[in-house]
Design a protein around this ligand. Structure first.
Ligand code: B1M
Length: 215
């Protein structure tokens, strides 16, 4: 039987050599890839965050856990890609992590879920300044701009990015959505003036569809 607890432990303890065979075995047994990600890998990262906060581990351990999760996700990716898409492009999304923030795992999951749902997604990376969000959205003809923020110190950058888009020439062409552990719905919608907020990757697909009148 698939050892899902071992997947969680491999991520939280950063056991990189274990993760690929464990995930492969779970997938071969037909375990839903979303369950592996949401119920085991993300839970493992929450534990890592708590241990970091309690000063039981430090940045290097956090990095190794992140690398382990990324390696596991690479195995899962082909099982999610294209799974829910009809083949028709639903819209174009430009997405990045806000200025000053290098966290990319959650954003990359949002990218994967949007792509697998039929959106064309341009991942513009991490540490992205507000003006780059605007430039890329204009250049790529975005219908939606998404931003991810994991650090509370990133709040002013989220606000500045939403404002930069809303004050630009593309304001009436794009919808703006925010997410990431540092962002609350109230902050995104009321403080920053974003059009949408999502607490997780599945929610990001839902809100993107709603904003484009597809749901
Ligand atoms: Co950092 N880190 N980190 N970190 N890190 C957090 C975020 C932290 C909460 C840990 C803690 O103290 N408990 C804390 C922030 C505290 C705060 O601001 N209040 C923190 C800190 C302090 C830091 C540093 C400052 C540490 C230091 O250097 N002293 C530093 C900052 C570097 C920088 O960015 N400038 C730092 C560095 C790092 C690593 C590089 C070591 C590594 C990141 C590696 C990487 O991303 N490639 C790392 C990690 C791994 C974490 C934790 C442990 C895990 C993050 C993660 O990947 N989670 C994290 C603790 C935690 O989050 N509990 C922590 C899994 C991921 C799937 O979840 O990203 O939340 P998440 O994404 C979710 C949702 O939020 C949502 O969907 C995703 C899937 O469900 N979502 C969206 C995300 N983006 C969205 C966008 C949307 C919609 C939904 O719409 C567009």
């Amino acid at each position: 039987m698939a050892d899902l607890e071992a997947i969680k432990e491999a991520v939280s303890k950063g056991r990189r050599k274990d993760i690929v065979p464990l995930v492969e075995a779970a997938l071969a047994e037909g375990v839903d890839p979303h369950v592996i990600i949401n119920d085991y890998m993300i839970e493992a990262m929450k534990e890592v965050g708590a241990r970091f906060e309690a000063k039981k581990i430090f940045v290097p351990e956090m990095m190794i856990a992140a690398r382990t999760m990324q390696e596991g996700l690479e195995v899962i990716k082909p099982h999610i890609e294209g799974s829910g898409s009809s083949g028709k492009k639903l819209g174009t999304v430009v997405i990045g992590t806000v200025f000053g923030d290098l966290h990319d795992i959650g954003k990359n999951l949002v990218v994967l879920m949007l792509q697998s749902s039929g959106f064309e997604v341009h991942n513009i990376g991490e540490n992205v300044p507000p003006e780059t969000f605007v430039e890329k959205a204009r250049e790529l003809g975005a219908d939606v701009v998404g931003m991810s923020s994991l650090l509370t110190t990133g709040d002013p950058h989220v606000k500045a990015t939403v404002e930069a888009i809303k004050q630009s020439d593309i304001a009436d062409k794009v919808k703006v959505i925010c997410g990431g552990a540092a962002v609350t719905e109230k902050f995104a919608l009321e403080t920053c003036g974003a059009d949408g907020y999502a607490p997780d990757a599945a929610g990001a697909v839902k809100v993107t569809k709603e904003l484009l009148g597809l749901a």
